[in-house]
Design a protein around this ligand. Structure first.
Ligand code: OSB
Ligand code: MG
Length: 373
């Protein structure tokens, strides 16, 4: 098959509440959607999730768009392929730019499944109809809002809470949550805000029965994470560090962590995500699915991947209204008995773009076609 046309929608969805982390505040989510069409007219859609600032990882939205135009889209147009895994292979000579690669690669998986007239989860031999979910919670201004927010998530049915922490805003709120929710699956995400010199803070955290502590140190560090893991019983989970299977192998060899937060866009797409899942399974590393404030497109994709039996720990997979007032897909993801259903209203990722919503939230549309020979 061949890709003969690509539409790019530059989108803006207002966030329900600003998300404060160790690296700043967000009130709107910008993202792009890439709608691919093959020679038979089948379509697939992928989401570009890169942020405007390089504060989570180095790849920004502008950088992603540039590499897509300069290299990835021309590369895809040159290809004649029979399976989406070949896209992964073709993108290998292009270094980095994982989120840009993922936007196209995941769209091809969607297109392929639609063309085969099956649900995407069937390409993974996944059978779960719904997925248990957790929620990621920003740093709260005070103890009252901390407890109220957590309570509302528990009431909605979220099975696990991940609290963002930063130096000075860590043990206090975590102890407060633990005291009020003694049995809740609770974890902390530091987004690289600490160094090994802070290790005693984590030693205290070790008493709080946390499921894991996510990314305490620098995104390139494996050695200090390994040293900290040696001193703690709580599993360390790596997020920002993990861009490829090779990173997971390094973390495993250096005993830097016991768990991996797997995000499809952060590793360049589905093919790489599945290589990582296989390695984690063979090497007793806990792997679970993380999120990037995705719109309904990325969320649907995440649900299909997370519906495999390997995923037992609840992912950062919230209902759409956790983040947005509205969404661009049909059907929207809503919680049912504390779980999210794997969307199957359509083939592929199981949702379709709502034209009227695209019109409403799209501020720029571009079309790409292969160069005439
Ligand atoms: O560190 O896991 C993170 C969102 C954007 C970037 C980084 C992270 C996050 C989250 C939210 O924690 C996950 C989600 O619910 O989408
Ligand atoms: Mg994280």
């Amino acid at each position: 098959m061949k890709i003969v046309k690509i539409k790019q929608f530059q989108m803006k969805l207002p966030l329900v509440s600003a998300f404060k982390t160790s690296y700043g505040e967000r009130t709107e989510k910008l993202f792009d959607l890439f709608l691919l069409e093959d020679e038979k007219g089948y379509q697939g859609v992928g989401e570009l999730v890169s942020f405007e600032q390089a504060d989570y990882i180095e790849e920004t939205l502008r950088m992603s768009r540039q590499i897509l135009i300069d290299e990835l889209i021309p590369c895809l147009f040159r290809m004649e392929f029979s399976h989406p895994q070949e896209i992964w292979q073709a993108f290998q000579p292009i270094q980095g730019n994982f989120m840009a690669k993922s936007a196209l690669e995941t769209a091809v998986w969607d297109l392929y499944a639609r063309r085969e007239k099956i649900s995407l989860q069937n390409l993974f031999s996944a059978t779960k109809e719904s997925v248990s979910v957790g929620v990621s919670m920003g740093i709260q201004p005070d103890a009252t809002s901390l407890l109220q927010t957590a309570q509302s998530y528990v009431d909605q049915g979220y099975e696990r809470i991940k609290l963002k922490i930063a130096p000075g805003n860590d043990l206090g709120p975590l102890r407060e949550l633990r005291a009020h929710f003694p049995d809740l699956q609770l974890m902390a995400d530091a987004n690289s805000a600490y160094t090994l010199a802070d290790w005693q803070v984590f030693k205290e955290m070790d008493q709080l029965k946390l499921s894991m502590i996510e990314q305490p140190f620098h995104p390139r560090d494996y050695v200090d994470h390994g040293e900290l893991q040696k001193r703690l019983k709580t599993p360390i989970c790596l997020d920002e560090n993990i861009r490829s299977l090779e990173d997971v192998k390094t973390a495993h060899a250096l005993k830097s962590c016991q768990a991996i937060n797997l995000k499809i866009p952060r590793v360049g797409g589905i093919t790489e995500a599945r290589r990582i899942m296989d390695f984690c399974q063979q090497n007793q590393l806990l792997v679970w699915l993380g999120g990037m404030f995705e719109s309904g497109v990325g969320r649907a994709l995440n649900l299909h991947l997370a519906s495999q039996s390997l995923f037992t720990f609840p992912g950062d997979l919230s209902a759409y209204d956790r983040y947005f007032y509205d969404d661009v897909v049909d059907p929207k993801a809503v919680l049912e008995n504390g779980k999210l259903k794997v969307p199957k209203k359509h083939y592929g990722i199981g949702v379709t773009l709502e034209e009227e919503k695209i019109k409403k939230y799209c501020y720029k549309e571009l079309i790409y076609k292969p160069k005439e020979k």
